[in-house]
Design a protein around this ligand. Structure first.
Ligand code: ZN
Ligand code: ZN
Length: 352
């Protein structure tokens, strides 16, 4: 079926309304009528081909919430009328050891991204997968999660990417009561990460360029919010030496990593979540002294995404959103790039 969508046609062209083709609902598929689609900074990088050669036209969107309208004959997990979500992945082999472990994002045979992933030749949907800025999507049921009743469906959309992106490393590093966690950057990722870490029982500190979002940090449950830019920020970081068990760095620009490593306790971990395009430099001594860990994390698997949604529903964790109509997407992109959103745009799918 042909469905309304908003698509990118070239790196420097504004996104525009169009129609895209969705495949017929196969035996293992569900057809979802999309209600809400979040705007992730990755959408912008991809639409503008800032991460390399995007294939056009491409419909972005990997924070999708909607209602099941049709199910294939073999579908068991979802029923018509259920509210469901789709995040960054729409396919994986389901057979390799990563998939068996519920880590589909690390599928050894290549996970399929929700948009921009190559499709086999002759596929009815075209040459690459097309994402959530559209009225409907067909996805294999194993890649679809359930949205718990307690979550606001619009505000749940960003959790499908931003939520799991923060939840997975917090779990990986066993964050819980008695631990001290820092979140670098208070944007779409950071504001969810602070709430999650607080809900897990940690003492949370926000490290940001400035103090402009200090009130929000405290409202989300952080105990402190420090500005880290400039000479004053350098002094602040010096004062925080040996403080944190885990630092989640959501910033996509290169930071003075050594200064932040110094704020870790021995054996603490600095987890890179934002992905700067330039290589980073780090002094070996910053890692050796105190056996510090410098690592990274990218999204998470389907079972953990489901667990994250249920955790958010239980603890009242949610994204703060600004709802927009489809004709405001280009404006919203510019505002995201300028960090002028608190904290995530969500598109009302009725306006596609
Ligand atoms: Zn994303
Ligand atoms: Zn696999």
């Amino acid at each position: 079926m042909d469905v309304a969508a908003v698509t990118a046609t070239a790196p420097d062209a504004p996104l525009e309304k169009t129609t895209i083709r969705r495949r017929e609902t196969g035996p293992a598929d569900v057809l979802i009528e999309i209600e809400f689609a979040g705007i992730c900074h990755s959408d912008i990088h991809h639409a503008r081909s800032e991460w390399g050669s995007a294939e056009y036209p491409v419909t972005p969107g990997h924070e999708i919430v909607g209602l099941v309208r049709e199910v294939g004959s073999e579908v068991t997990r979802h029923s018509v009328g259920d509210r469901v979500g789709v995040g960054c992945l729409v396919g994986a082999c389901h057979e390799c050891s990563s998939c068996e472990a519920g880590q589909e994002q690390e599928c050894e045979n290549g996970a399929v991204a929700t948009y921009g992933s190559p499709l086999p030749e002759g596929h009815p949907e075209g040459t690459v997968t097309q994402g959530g800025y559209s009225t409907h999507i067909v996805v294999e049921e194993r890649m679809v999660v359930s949205i718990p009743d307690g979550l606001d469906p619009a505000a749940a959309a960003p959790l499908l990417c931003a939520g799991i992106t923060m939840f997975s490393p917090l779990r990986q590093w066993n964050v819980g009561p008695g631990m001290s966690v820092a979140v670098i950057g208070m944007g779409g990722l950071g504001h969810v990460g602070v709430q999650l870490a607080v809900a897990m029982g940690a003492e949370v500190t926000v490290l940001s360029q400035t103090t402009s979002k200090r009130d929000d940090s405290l409202r989300f449950g952080a105990v402190e919010h420090y500005a880290t830019a400039g000479d004053e920020g350098r002094e602040t970081l010096r004062g925080l030496r040996g403080t944190f068990d885990v630092i989640l760095n959501t910033v996509s620009a290169n930071l003075p990593v050594d200064r932040f490593l110094a704020t870790l306790k021995p054996r603490g971990a600095l987890v890179g979540i934002g992905i700067p395009t330039e290589p980073m430099s780090v002094r070996a001594g910053s890692l050796a002294a105190g056996r510090k860990i410098l690592t990274g994390s990218m999204i998470g698997g389907i079972p953990e995404t489901q667990e994250m949604l249920e955790f958010c529903a239980r603890h009242g964790v949610t994204a703060e959103i600004e709802m927009i109509a489809a004709d405001k997407i280009n404006e919203a992109y510019d505002r995201v790039v300028n960090s002028d959103v608190r904290y995530r745009f969500v598109i009302d799918a009725k306006t596609f």
